[in-house]
Design a binder for this molecule. Structure first.
Ligand SMILES: *Cc1c(COP(=O)(O)O)cnc(C)c1O
Length: 376
């Protein structure tokens, strides 16, 4: 079966073999006589699905025992409220600091303002002039040694990969090295989860919706260091209190059962592919091949600072914007879907998550080269 290449930012492409397995099991999961979506979440079949999903996720990311793995509702955006409601009262100061690097971290910051005293530790909304080059807002990442982190902040939040802008932290910062050893780091990893290892020694909470790189929409994955449980504000809804969710093995209420089953199939697929080390190597190869092509082209360009170009989301512009519409029309006809950039950025964006093979990137480049030859 030949499918088009889907470069959507999320929900996004899934491995065909995972979709085919889900289809084969749709009306009867392993002889149970039930679809996964018809099962009791407390029954023995679903318990196995849930437990295997957690065990596989833990082994893929080598999650230390000091961390809970939670399967929650609410998406990445829900976590913009769930994080402050659970953490901001931790030390009685009701303060949290945010690093702003684009669309998603700014949204997190805006929502947090409802829960306490929120301060901006670093902001990439201002342009940067460096090494004789100019970088626009949201195309660079301020160096951690210049962040202003308050030592009594309940946490510091950042977005590890800005899905819209296409900037990614090359590594999670060590807050001890920037003078804030007591401040837990909270990272939104919605769009680069499972594409590389996570250094859990640097993390307090990491969370992400599954629909970019870890399954379908509906389930949110959260890794929470155990000492951060139990500090929720009184206004925090019970179903969003990390301590309740952890205490009930993510069954405090009915979990998004089918979405978690799909994530579980993805985890098994990832293990068969060689795990996150293999995904990291593949993502570097795919993204650097695409960036190298963009950098030598006269028609296309990517404007992100080279130190923080995303391995997952590659925005690019056509220097002749009058060609945008025909580019999108012809690319779709060529079997390359969803290349239109986010409305706030314009241009194009190719999202190349784990499920996008190198072959898909090669097909994209072949099309772009041909398009440039015909229209450039
Ligand atoms: C998509 C995305 C979100 C929002 O996810 P929802 O599940 O739609 O709430 C948050 N952060 C990042 C980095 C994302 O890519």
């Amino acid at each position: 079966m030949k499918r088009p290449w889907n470069f959507a930012a999320g929900p996004s492409t899934l491995p065909l073999e995972v979709l085919q397995q889900a289809a084969a099991e749709m009306s009867d999961w392993e002889g149970s006589g039930m679809s996964v979506m018809e099962m009791s979440h407390r029954g023995r079949h679903y318990s196995r699905i849930r437990d295997e999903a957690e065990a596989d996720l833990r082994s893929l990311l080598r999650v230390p025992d000091e961390f809970e793995v939670l399967f929650m509702h609410g998406g990445g955006s829900g976590h913009n409220a769930i994080v402050p409601m659970n953490l901001i009262g931790r030390n009685g100061r009701n303060r949290a600091d945010y690093v702003l690097t684009g669309h998603w971290s700014r949204k997190s910051y805006n929502e947090a303002g409802r829960y306490g005293d929120i301060s901006v530790a670093a902001n990439a909304e201002t342009p940067l002039d460096t090494d004789g080059r100019h970088y626009e807002a949201w195309t660079w990442i301020p160096s951690p040694d210049q962040w202003r982190v308050r030592s009594d902040a309940a946490y510091l939040h950042l977005c590890a990969n800005e899905t819209v802008g296409g900037v990614e932290f090359p590594e999670l910062p060590d807050l001890a090295a920037v003078g804030a050893p007591e401040v837990p780091l909270v990272a939104d990893i919605s769009s680069n989860i499972l594409s590389q290892p996570i250094d859990f020694t640097r993390v307090g909470v990491a969370y992400g919706g599954a629909q970019k790189n870890a399954g379908s929409a509906g389930v949110t994955l959260a890794f929470v260091r155990k000492d951060l449980l139990g500090h929720a504000l009184p206004i925090c809804p019970s179903v969003f209190d990390y301590a309740n969710v952890a205490g009930a093995q993510s069954m405090f209420n009915t979990p998004p059962t089918y979405a978690l089953y799909i994530s579980g199939l993805i985890f098994k697929w990832l293990i068969r592919q060689g795990g996150v080390a293999a995904m990291q190597a593949a993502s570097r190869r795919k993204s650097s091949t695409l960036y190298d092509y963009l950098d030598q082209s006269d028609l296309y360009a990517n404007h992100i600072h080279p130190s923080c170009r995303s391995r997952m989301n590659v925005p690019f512009v056509l220097r002749n914007e009058a060609l945008n519409a025909v580019f999108l029309m012809e690319s779709e006809a060529a079997g390359l879907l969803s290349l239109k950039g986010h409305k706030s950025v314009g241009g194009m964006r190719a999202s190349i998550y784990n499920a996008m093979p190198f072959e898909g990137v090669q097909a994209l480049i072949a099309f772009m080269r041909d398009f440039e030859r015909r229209h450039g």
